[in-house]
Design a protein around this ligand. Structure first.
Ligand code: AMP
Ligand code: MN
Ligand code: MN
Length: 317
């Protein structure tokens, strides 16, 4: 066990009241990792609060422990752990009034090491994979409900073992978690395949104005589109993953209007050797080589022009 692992183990052993948190707009890895760690810490007799600034999206209610998620922390903590989050800003209001995390566990290459102890493995397919690797070493158990959450993180971040960073460790871990009782086909369906009818209608709106220019497949979703489809989220309903199947494109981009002066952008690199996290970083966002995002100040049209230019530039460079 290296020095960092020893320090993390000691902090966990000595803590009584623990806060577990992750990023705003939580995805399957943010939620699965938070819940896996929370349940394991509770099994170890700790008092744990799991706090996500945006709460739990409805699509993740099937995960064991999901009812524990709160939007704000209460009281004091001897240990604050943040998972799957690359910088303090992306924690949102979950740590409002609290110190920065004591421990950061993550897999984003763009992580700025904002914790006191930082366990960051950019090779890992998901933060849940990092947790699966180390949790037992920290004296924590992995039982079936914990395994379901870890598998949810691994399966969603790798989009069902399809991303280019899918490695043998992730597949070995998946096999191990399966042996602990995870129902893989059910989890795969619930966390990757299933979509609501309004989400499918919303995809339809985005797909109807799909463009392919200079190797970039892109489309926009406006507030009006969202309303027309009856979609209740403020995201792209994973439309970016649909665009990622377009063989003529090198990069896929989706723009989602948030309000008159804010636009959410998602990038996916569709060919090896392209790093979209560098483009996202130019706009104050972050992510991985193959998948990155940013929330950018500016109207949909303004942001679209700036982002498409920078994205084109990155393909030429
Ligand atoms: P998304 O396009 O939102 O699915 O995000 C793709 C990847 O980029 C994920 O790994 C996110 O954690 C990361 N990401 C998305 N938005 C941001 C942001 N505003 N700041 C930093 N990283 C982000
Ligand atoms: Mn995430
Ligand atoms: Mn992740």
């Amino acid at each position: 066990m290296n020095d960092l692992q020893r320090k993390i183990k000691k902090r966990i052993r000595e803590a009584r009241r623990i806060l577990v948190t992750s990023h705003v707009r939580p995805d399957g890895d943010a939620i699965g990792s938070s819940l896996a760690l929370t349940l394991a810490l509770m099994e170890a007799g700790k008092q744990v609060q799991v706090v996500l600034a945006d709460g739990l999206p409805a699509g993740f209610r099937h995960l064991p422990g999901s009812e524990l998620v709160k939007k704000r922390a209460e009281g004091e903590f001897d240990l604050i752990i943040c998972v799957d989050c690359s910088d303090l800003k992306r924690v949102g209001l979950a740590l409002d009034g609290y110190r920065p995390p004591d421990i950061v566990i993550d897999h984003h290459a763009t992580n700025d090491a904002f914790g006191t102890l930082n366990l960051i493995d950019p090779e890992a397919v998901a933060t849940a994979s990092v947790l699966t690797r180390y949790m037992r070493g920290w004296g924590l158990i992995i039982n079936e409900p914990i395994a379901v959450n870890l598998m949810a993180g691994i399966v969603t971040d790798s989009i069902g073992f399809r991303t280019s960073n899918t490695n043998s460790e992730a597949l070995r871990q998946a096999a191990e978690l399966l042996d602990l009782g995870v129902n893989m086909s059910k989890l795969y369906y619930l966390s990757l395949v299933r979509q609501t009818f309004p989400a499918a209608k919303y995809w339809g709106v985005g797909l109807s104005s799909l463009q392919l220019t200079d190797g970039i497949a892109w489309t926009s979703l406006t507030l009006t589109d969202r309303k027309a489809a009856g979609y209740s989220g403020d995201d792209d309903a994973d439309l970016i993953n649909v665009l990622s199947s377009i063989e003529e494109a090198e990069i896929a981009v989706v723009f989602v209007e948030q309000n008159k002066n804010k636009t959410k952008v998602s990038w996916r690199a569709l060919k090896p050797g392209i790093d979209v996290s560098q483009i996202a970083c130019q706009f104050g966002g972050g992510g991985h080589k193959a998948a990155a995002g940013a929330e950018i100040t500016g109207s949909l049209q303004e942001v679209r022009e700036r982002v498409l230019e920078a994205t084109r530039g990155s393909l030429k460079g």
